[in-house]
Design a protein around this ligand. Structure first.
Ligand code: NDP
Length: 331
């Protein structure tokens, strides 16, 4: 049948929820006013958690995975969108509460849709994806606290990962001096190619922290959490800020109030999933103007839908470099 398509469906197994490749029909899709023919998706850390069942991301089963998608409107019962419109979605509960982007088609609520920025191809939108859009939210948050390039070095943790790679390139493009913290020192050339001025072994930040360390950084973007985040906060200069968006090391935060009460450091929480639409539009507009397409290309690899099942455990093991684009048309 013409409206059959490939999908990664997360179902209940004896070992917990697991993603598997399957064929679906448009009639299988849940309710929604806008039908989108998905051309590309991506793989974020959270997708790895959902597909492997390592964390209970999918709140109901069966669930189509994929927290991001881009594609063309195929049918719309909503006046704001018409067939042929190019749209993308980041988060909004895709792969958690609503079927997501790992499928040839998705039925969606119109209020989740962002019009594809003209500056980007569909594949570039997913090279950015939630990881890149979150990196942009982090940069915007630091800017809102007055962190300008003249303040000093900005540290990016989880540097060779998705959020980290985009964060480095965005900061460098705006003239910030960027220090990249990584466990993969073999990726030093990759990180300096993205714009890092300095590469630091993440072991420096991974152990137990002191209440206050040397004031080394004006600000930081942290996608790692746990003792790394605490170490980073302890090394922020007076009046600086940390945008915290991730938990690749852990969800805990075994820390001290000293940096907040003695140095006035701001800890800025970043959420991409339920960020309101104006914030999303601002982030995508800034991505369109700031990101260097050559650097975006250098951090991106394209894979097929079936490949997602292989890379899901790899992203959780910190083995994926930069960003992955899932091309739904690739066999
Ligand atoms: P990636 O796996 O691409 O990047 C994570 C990076 O963290 C790894 O590449 C690695 O970088 C580093 N890392 C991994 N394990 C450890 C560890 N045990 N200790 C220290 N560093 C580690 O994932 P994403 O970039 O997609 O996501 C990063 C984090 O941000 C995730 O926790 C994700 O859930 C979160 N996130 C949150 C969002 C939000 O809305 N708040 C949105 C998007 C992501 P290296 O090898 O360079 O050390």
């Amino acid at each position: 049948m013409a409206d059959k398509f490939d999908a990664i469906l997360i179902t209940k197994t004896d070992d917990g929820p697991r993603g598997a490749l399957t064929r679906l029909d448009q009639s299988d899709l849940p309710e929604g006013d806008v039908l989108v023919a998905v051309s590309h998706s991506t793989v974020n850390y959270k997708d790895g958690l959902a597909i492997t069942g390592r964390a209970p991301i999918a709140r109901k089963l069966p669930m189509v995975g994929g927290i991001d998608l881009v594609g063309k409107v195929a049918a719309s019962a909503n006046d704001a969108f018409k067939p042929g419109d190019d749209v993308l979605v980041n988060g909004y509960g895709l792969s958690e509460q609503h079927w997501g982007g790992y499928a040839g088609y998705a039925r969606l609520k119109p209020e989740w849709l962002v019009r594809k920025p003209q500056a980007f191809t569909p594949a570039q939108c997913m090279a950015i994806g939630t990881a890149g859009y979150t990196a942009m939210l982090c940069v915007l948050a630091l800017e809102s606290r007055g962190i300008t390039p003249d303040r000093g070095t900005v540290l990016v943790t989880g540097a060779a990962g998705g959020v980290g790679s985009v964060a480095i390139s965005l900061l460098a493009a705006k003239g910030y001096r960027v220090a990249a913290s990584t466990g993969r020192l073999a990726e030093t050339d990759y990180l300096t190619g993205l714009g890092a001025a300095e590469v630091i072994d993440r072991a420096e930040f991974s152990g137990p922290a002191k209440p206050l360390g040397k004031e080394r950084f004006a600000a930081a973007i942290d996608s790692v959490g746990s003792t790394t985040l605490v170490n980073v906060i302890s090394q922020i200069s007076y009046g600086g800020a940390v945008a915290a968006c991730g938990l690749a090391q852990g969800m805990d935060m075994p820390g001290f109030v000293a940096p907040f009460i003695l140095r006035g450091v701001d800890l800025l929480g970043i959420d991409s999933v339920m960020a309101p639409m104006p914030k999303r539009l601002a982030a995508w507009a800034r991505l369109a103007s700031d990101i260097d397409p050559a650097r975006l290309n250098s951090m991106t690899k394209t894979i097929s839908l079936a490949d997602v099942l292989e890379v899901a455990p790899e992203i959780l093991a910190g083995q994926v470099r930069g960003r992955l684009v899932v091309d739904l048309a690739r066999g």
